[in-house]
Ligand binder design. Structure first.
Ligand code: UDP
Length: 330
């Protein structure tokens, strides 16, 4: 983030899990933030920082309104549908929200002379991994419409960089986890599909027994291995991306993960230690489209963005999530 310069930043999807943490971090870093969100999956209660404009990216008139009264230095784009299984059933909704919506946003940026963009992509662009530690040059073969919708946008951004000089950073997130340690905001998806929230919710409410999807994967204990990265570390990288684009033109991609893989059973054990509870679970058939192992090599982000994740301990991440899930504000 450029020092001593107050920036004006637009956060699309700022009422959601990652976007709300981002809006807060921007405001607390002394910059102006405007949130644009249709509140389809986001939460009004998470909108405690900056200005809010309600609107839908699929509607170009709504998007134009978001640019009416501000000259943004950059745009962060967290809006989008994120449930893999749903994307298989509803590809139109995924391409419409995630691709058409993004094109509308990029066009509004062009019309208003804004040329710095930070995009939430995903490890799902890699598909079935052929590397233990995935680097950015791993083959791109997404297995579902969700992953494809993110990859299409990555490619569009490369074309926009060449043709229109629009600079961008795409972050391929591994598994975002945790919440702000003061629990004013946190993770609240309805329905909740993510592993750590589901483990914690089943530990808090005995009525919600955890399901583990698949136990015969080619991993040490048969359950899927993922790389968990704390939400504040993710947001930190986004701020660094703004400084990065000050000196580097073009479209750039970075993995964001911790570089440590944990199986579902290991995450359950760590959660159980944090909660002081035993967590009951049933094995269910594997979910379609799940990769056995997704672990990031994030050394490019460490090197080029001068970024360093601060939450390196899975328990510490789970603790922040638990604080939130015990008493969620929404
Ligand atoms: N998972 C599970 N039970 C749940 C939620 C998730 O067994 O209630 C598994 C899921 O199949 C995957 C891993 O946990 O192997 C991480 O899933 P999540 O949805 O949190 O993130 P993803 O890696 O799919 O983005």
């Amino acid at each position: 983030m450029p020092k001593n310069k107050k920036l004006s930043l637009l956060v699309c999807g700022g009422a959601g899990y990652i976007g709300s943490h981002m809006a807060r971090m921007i405001a607390e870093s002394g910059h102006d933030v405007t949130v644009f969100d249709n509140l389809s999956t986001g939460h009004m209660e998470a909108l405690k920082w900056g200005k809010f404009i309600k609107g839908d990216l699929r509607n170009p008139n709504d998007v134009a309104k978001a640019f009416e009264d501000s000259n943004y230095d950059a745009v962060f784009h967290f809006s989008g549908l994120i449930v893999v299984s749903e994307s298989v059933e509803k590809p139109f909704e995924y391409y419409d929200n995630n691709v058409t919506g993004t094109i509308n946003l990029l066009e509004a940026m062009r019309a208003n002379g804004v040329n710095k963009f930070v995009f939430s992509s995903t490890a799902a662009v890699y598909g079935d991994p052929v590397m233990d530690m995935i680097t950015e040059d791993h083959p791109l073969k997404p297995l579902n419409p969700y992953g494809k919708s993110k990859l299409f946008v990555e490619e569009i951004l490369q074309d926009y960089a060449v043709a229109y000089g629009l600079d961008s950073v795409c972050f391929r997130y591994f598994n975002a986890a945790g919440a702000h340690p003061d629990s004013l905001i946190g993770e609240a998806h309805k329905p909740e599909t993510h592993l750590i929230p589901n483990i914690l919710l089943s530990g808090i409410d005995d009525g919600r027994k955890l399901k583990i999807f698949g136990n015969d994967y080619p991993t040490p204990d048969g359950t899927c291995v993922r790389d968990y990265i704390h939400i504040l570390d993710l947001c930190d990288a986004h701020l660094s991306a703004i400084s990065y684009m000050e000196n580097k033109e073009g479209a750039h991609v970075f993995n964001l993960g911790n570089g440590q893989g944990f199986s579902i059973l290991e995450v359950i054990k760590a959660s159980s230690e944090v909660m002081g509870n035993k967590i009951e679970f049933d094995y269910e058939p594997a979910r379609a489209g799940d990769s056995p192992r997704l672990v990031a090599d994030s050394s490019k982000a460490v090197r080029e963005l001068k970024w360093q994740p601060k939450f390196n301990d899975l328990r510490e991440m789970i603790e922040t999530a638990y604080r939130w899930h015990k008493k969620p504000a929404y």
